[in-house]
Design a protein around this ligand. Structure first.
Ligand SMILES: *[C@@H]1O[C@H](CO)[C@@H](O)[C@H](O)[C@H]1NC(C)=O
Ligand SMILES: *[C@@H]1O[C@H](CO)[C@@H](O)[C@H](O)[C@H]1NC(C)=O
Length: 483
């Protein structure tokens, strides 16, 4: 899960940024910004890394006149005419506009934000600059993004600047190994690690996967979300309130959407292949399953991850993306085609779709209402009441040997196959308690084929935010077809 292009990529834009830092609108600045983004993107895919606290305060949003905004990347919108709006973002998730209208906002991972107030939704990523192996994040700015009314009828592009508290004099700089990565080695199954994992603990079993032997490590990392997708400051699950605790206390001891009184509401396991599209597969898997639940299995569409990879401007194709922006925002704004109208290719192919009825979503949010509000009890409540929930979790080197049982990170990372920690999107379909290991677990659908793990699924320890899996769950409500 990561961003593809740097927005600020030349010295000229530093000028622009300092002008914006003074809190003034400046036509020249806008022009420089717009020209600047047309410059070729840098070769590397580098995540910006901003935090919730960076969002708090007053923001000035500048709308650019952009008739084609809906189908545009917004970064290449020409035109210097702008109107402005000041929106104040307050803890925990309150957005207030100039007229006093109150709405909501959320951080999106460490990458961007979405604000909804007075009938409009604003979404943008934070800008960043990569230079000489160092990434600078500008967390008090929004690079060009999209604003549209909640009915998705009127669209414009906008960019933004936090004006109070004023811009940081010193932006966040993250030393990063980035573009000049040494060529990585091929993955070799390491029986010593497999044996060690199986020796030091009995909760889960490791095995070798011959099909990954001699494949580039980068490919394995890509399947797990991309090597640069890890969070520098992983999120944490929120405290459980008394009300939530009471509600969750009346849920069943175990749950599995593959078997609700003998009926399966989960679509088949798929294989994302060598494309960093886990976020698209996990998002589609949630919508597919929830459509089955809503229609009592009378509608069972398989939705198109390739549409997301090829057509979505809210994600980065085979380089990654975020379930909030796909299962939620993209599906709401553009709707999802079935697989047959945009079949999976597993590469960054051009956007080619056959026109057909699309599946939209009516609501979406981070479980708990906003990023940072999620916890295990809320996830179980949403899971049982609404259907499977899409999550991200941190993948460590031992996970690629998972075979069966209840996974927890053993700390046995494989020195022969230095695997960079990634963030992988998957779908939670159930939960329970494993008598053998004595552990509570989540049952999770992966997108690495049916041969992997427990028939394409894995279980992971539940209740202790294992690998951050209880901190960034997303829920969305798909709309079935009429009749
Ligand atoms: C880039 O980084 C290298 C290694 O840290 C350093 O030796 C070099 O001077 C830097 N170059 C510039 C232009 O900052
Ligand atoms: C849902 O489908 C099942 C199996 O086809 C059926 O037995 C059940 O009556 C249906 N439920 C409702 C509410 O229609």
């Amino acid at each position: 899960m990561r961003i593809k292009h740097t927005w600020i990529s030349s010295g000229d834009q530093s000028v622009c940024l300092s002008i914006m830092a003074a809190g003034t609108t400046n036509a020249l600045c806008v022009l420089v910004m717009l020209l600047g983004v047309a410059a070729p993107p840098t070769a590397a895919d580098i995540p910006v890394n901003c935090m919730y606290s960076d969002l708090l305060g007053s923001w000035r949003f500048f709308m650019t006149r952009a008739p084609g905004a809906r189908f545009s990347t917004c970064s290449d919108q020409a035109g210097s005419d702008t109107t402005q709006e000041v929106i104040k973002l307050q803890s925990p998730n309150i957005a207030i506009d100039e007229h006093g209208n109150q709405g909501t906002f959320t951080l999106i991972y460490n990458q961007g934000f979405e604000v909804e107030v007075a009938g409009y939704k604003w979404f943008a990523f934070f800008p960043f600059l990569e230079s000489n192996g160092t990434v600078t994040s500008y967390c008090d700015k929004a690079r060009p993004g999209w604003v549209h009314d909640v009915m998705a009828r009127q669209w414009s592009c906008f960019y933004g600047q936090r004006i109070d508290p004023p811009a940081n004099k010193i932006p966040l700089v993250i030393a990063h190994h980035s573009s000049k990565r040494v060529p990585r080695q091929l993955f070799k199954n390491n029986p010593n690690i497999v044996n060690a994992i199986n020796r030091i603990q009995t909760k889960w079993k490791a095995r070798q996967y011959p099909e990954y032997h001699d494949k580039p490590l980068e490919m394995l990392e890509k399947r797990a979300g991309g090597s640069l997708s890890r969070l520098l400051t992983p999120p944490q699950s929120a405290p459980v309130t008394q009300d939530v605790k009471r509600l969750a206390g009346s849920l069943p001891e175990t749950w599995d959407w593959r078997d609700v009184n003998g009926i399966n509401f989960v679509s088949p396991v798929r294989d994302q292949e060598n494309c960093g599209s886990c976020y698209a597969f996990a998002s589609m898997a949630m919508l597919e399953s929830r459509l089955r639940i809503i229609t009592n299995n009378t509608e069972q569409p398989i939705l198109s991850p390739q549409q997301v990879v090829s057509c979505s401007h809210y994600s980065q194709g085979c380089e990654g993306g975020f379930p909030y922006l796909i299962a939620g925002k993209y599906a709401q704004d553009f709707g999802m085609l079935e697989e047959a109208y945009c079949p999976y290719k597993g590469v960054d192919a051009p956007c080619q779709v056959q026109p057909h009825a699309r599946y939209f979503v009516s609501d979406y949010q981070y479980v708990g209402g906003f990023y940072g509000a999620c916890n295990e009890a809320l996830m179980r409540l949403d899971l049982v009441n609404n259907g499977p929930v899409v999550v991200g979790f941190q993948v460590y080197g031992d996970f690629k040997y998972y075979s069966s049982g209840v996974y927890h990170h053993t700390g046995l990372d494989d020195a022969f196959n230095p695997f960079e920690q990634t963030n992988h999107a998957v779908l939670i379909v159930g939960y329970g308690h494993d008598a053998t290991s004595g552990l509570d677990f989540w049952t999770v659908k992966n997108s690495w084929g049916e041969e992997w793990g427990e028939d394409g699924y894995f279980r992971i320890r539940r209740g202790n935010d294992e690998c951050a899996i209880e901190s960034i769950a997303v829920t969305a409500t798909p709309i079935p077809q009429l009749g």
